[in-house]
Ligand binder design. Structure first.
Ligand code: UD1
Ligand code: MG
Length: 465
């Protein structure tokens, strides 16, 4: 036992995450690690699983487009090492050697295996001070993976990559997940002996298996029953399949908590969705960032909500798009409403079809029901804003605020030229352009004259003949 592990009853745990590869099979300009699953880079998911094990150290191996990959993983508890050129998974682990805390065990995770869970990894690392543990899985379609070759007594012998396998080996359905735990003290010696005499001319980390066996270090293959957790993403089809697995599992969790989901195959949560009791979510809704739905909220089909909090019993009708907004209780929004950043709606507010609201507060029980733009505004309570009202907030250089006080009624097709205040209780007649502050109460109208010309004739096209 090393000095460190003698001092520390729980031996140090290093976690090395391999993230240097380019991801050729994605056919993308974006490094594979930065492709997103549930709205987050693949690597971020693996880091979550790593952190949940409270390791002594997390080391991420980057290489291809390292700067971009490091940006998304940068954190005080993450150390980066560089691998360039990328000569294979064994070569990648080798680059992490100088950073390993001596003694204890080292867990190697792959940055392209995003659904792995800490609970699956715990049994793997438990005994790894004295043995090598390899996480395996039995897949219906093992194509592309390294196959686990066992001897007559079912003991692990080696791993053969798809490209190096013979006909009989290709039929093996037990695959290497790429996730291993090793006694740290052994790694340096074994990695130093790796050769690249294989089909891909790469240094395979999987070749450590026969080396361990030769050195009489037991190698244990631990089968993971939940295949999706260990599936690797090498191409876009695999990425989309795992996205659906993630979404279905997340939907199941929400339903277990009491959320009614019209179709768990048609919901996308790309962040954190927190729901109260008796929330109903219709098909095709997308949630991004932090979204909170209070008790009794009902979401219509095909709504997109990004960093939004919605109060009790509010109803959002179909095709409503909301970003960075706070919505009160018992409101009705949509269909086809657009709620932009900085929107604050009090309780019982109605926002109807083709209404856009930005950086505005709207007070209790006010209604903006049709074809309207409310921007940089403050609307009081019990107001009624007529169809086609526009707050003209932009003078070409600066934004200005519109203030609409309590109990104001605004007729159809009104322009409010900011900065302007419509005082309490005012009624604004249809078609008015309000460009001066109004006194409270009364009716505001632009003076216009309606003419009737009895002698007027409609224009008529001349006949061709
Ligand atoms: C690897 C395993 C294979 C296993 C599969 C599981 C080897 C030789 N093969 O194959 O047995 O079934 O994962 O998904 O280990 N990487 C580096 N540097 C490199 C090469 C790769 O950091 O030089 C990283 C990649 O960024 C990726 C991971 O290692 O995150 C796996 O690389 P990939 O090329 O996808 O290996 P597979 O062919 O999937
Ligand atoms: Mg892979």
């Amino acid at each position: 036992m090393s000095q460190t592990s003698q001092r520390n009853p729980s031996a140090p745990l290093n976690i090395v995450i391999l993230a240097a590869g380019m991801g050729k099979r994605m056919h993308s300009d974006l490094p594979k690690m930065l492709h997103t699953l549930a709205g987050r880079p693949l690597l971020a998911h693996v880091l979550d699983a790593a952190r949940a094990l409270s390791p002594t150290k997390i080391i991420v191996v980057t290489g291809h487009r390292a700067d971009e990959v490091r940006k998304v993983a940068a954190a005080p508890d993450v150390v980066f090492v560089n691998q360039s050129p990328q000569l294979g998974t064994g070569h990648a682990v080798q680059q992490a050697l100088p950073e390993l805390t001596p003694g204890g065990k080292t867990l190697v995770l792959l940055g392209d295996v995003p659904l792995i869970q800490a609970a699956t990894l715990k049994p793997l690392i438990e005994g790894a001070v004295n043995r090598v543990s390899m996480l395996t899985a039995v897949l219906d379609n093992p194509h592309g993976y390294g196959r686990v070759v066992r001897d007559a007594r079912k003991k692990v012998k080696c791993v053969v990559e798809q490209k190096d396998a013979n006909g009989a080996q290709l039929k093996i359905r037990e695959i290497n997940t790429g996730i291993f735990a090793y006694p740290t003290v052994r790694l340096g010696g074994w990695l130093g002996k790796l050769k690249n005499n294989n089909a891909q001319r790469e240094y395979y980390v999987t070749d450590l298996v026969p080396m361990a066996i030769r050195d009489r270090v037991p190698v244990e293959g631990v089968v993971c029953e939940d295949a999706a957790q260990v599936e690797g993403i090498n191409n876009r089809a695999q990425l989309s399949q795992l996205e659906r697995v993630y979404q279905q599992r997340n939907a199941n969790k929400l339903m277990e908590q009491g959320v009614a989901i019209a179709d768990p195959a048609r919901i996308d949560v790309r962040g954190e969705l927190t729901c109260g009791k008796d929330v109903f979510i219709d098909v095709g809704c997308v949630f991004e960032g932090k979204v909170t739905l209070a008790d009794g909220v009902r979401l219509g089909a095909h709504c997109v909500l990004n960093n939004v909090a919605i109060g009790m019993a509010t109803r959002i009708e179909p095709f409503t798009h909301m970003v960075e907004a706070n919505i009160g209780a018992n409101c009705i929004l949509g269909p086809y409403a657009r709620i932009r950043p900085g929107t604050q709606l009090s309780d019982e507010v109605h926002i109807g079809n083709f209404v856009e609201v930005k950086a505005s507060e709207i007070g209790f029980a006010s209604k903006v029901n049709h074809l309207t733009y409310i921007g940089d505004s403050s609307v009081g309570k019990n107001c009624n804003i007529g169809a086609g009202t526009i707050t003209c907030n932009y003078d070409g250089a600066f934004k200005h605020r519109t203030v609409i006080e309590d109990d104001v009624h605004i007729g159809s097709d009104v322009q409010l030229v900011a900065p302007v205040t419509v005082a309490r209780g005012t009624t604004v007649g249809a078609g008015t352009t309000v460009w001066k502050n109004t006194p409270p109460e009364g009716l505001i109208l632009n003076t216009k004259t309606q003419l009737h010309r009895a002698d007027w004739k409609r224009p008529v096209k001349k006949s061709k003949a």
